[in-house]
Design a protein around this ligand. Structure first.
Ligand code: ZN
Length: 217
């Protein structure tokens, strides 16, 4: 299996374009949160479709579809409301066909965890064996935390490629991974953060969403 694994693009078009430029010409798999936070939701959905990037549904995608922001902080909720105001019907249709879980051979991909695909945060500490067992897979691919990690376990491995559109591990560089057979390569790529930051402010989204991109939190 040769795949490029990405996650949490969050409507950051320049970051997705930078990753696509660096990625090998193989199938891309996205672990959810196509939209939210950043100002290019329509463009990102269109590019995801054009490049035939496979994706599962993330909690922000779900919130945009339903309008239910009860689990979100005020900043995230504002970005969801803004996203709903700019998307066309075709974009919502794209989000509505995303599944909670995607399986390819011995790989299972969900946004949160196998037991709670939308909301549970899985960190690279305890419980990875259990999540892998719950998935019934050899390779479990997760997103949601925006922090990249790769752990080999006795019975397989768990991979979070980090976030393309809003990294939270102290680095502003877009994060992704390339899976080739048993080997996983974790990669980072620079993109024009200032362009996204300017557009966030122009769109009237909360300024903190622009600030956080510069330092990766
Ligand atoms: Zn996310």
């Amino acid at each position: 299996m040769h795949l490029c694994i990405i996650s949490d693009v969050h409507a950051n078009l320049p970051a997705l374009e930078a990753v696509l430029d660096e990625a090998p010409r193989v199938q891309l798999l996205h672990a959810g949160d196509v939209v939210g936070y950043n100002p290019y939701p329509a463009e990102v959905i269109e590019l995801m479709r054009e490049k035939r990037i496979l994706s599962v549904l993330g909690n922000h995608d779900y919130a945009v579809l339903t309008g239910d922001v009860s689990a979100f902080n005020p900043v995230a909720a504002r970005a969801i409301a803004w996203t709903r105001s700019v998307l066309e019907r075709e974009h919502l249709e794209y989000l509505s066909q995303l599944e909670l879980e995607l399986r390819m051979n011995s790989l299972c991909c969900v946004h949160g965890s196998p037991g709670d695909a939308l909301w549970e945060y899985v960190h690279p500490g305890e419980g990875l064996e259990l999540h892998l067992r719950n998935a019934g897979a050899e390779m479990l691919v997760l997103g949601h935390t925006h922090v990249p990690f790769y752990r080999k376990l006795g019975s397989g491995a768990v991979l979070n490629p980090g976030s393309v559109g809003q990294p939270r591990d102290g680095s502003p560089l877009a994060s992704f991974a390339v899976l080739r057979g048993e080997e996983v390569e974790m990669l980072r790529v620079e993109y024009p953060v200032h362009r996204v930051a300017k557009e966030i402010l122009r769109a009237g989204l909360p300024a903190v969403l622009a600030q956080r991109l510069y330092s990766g939190w």
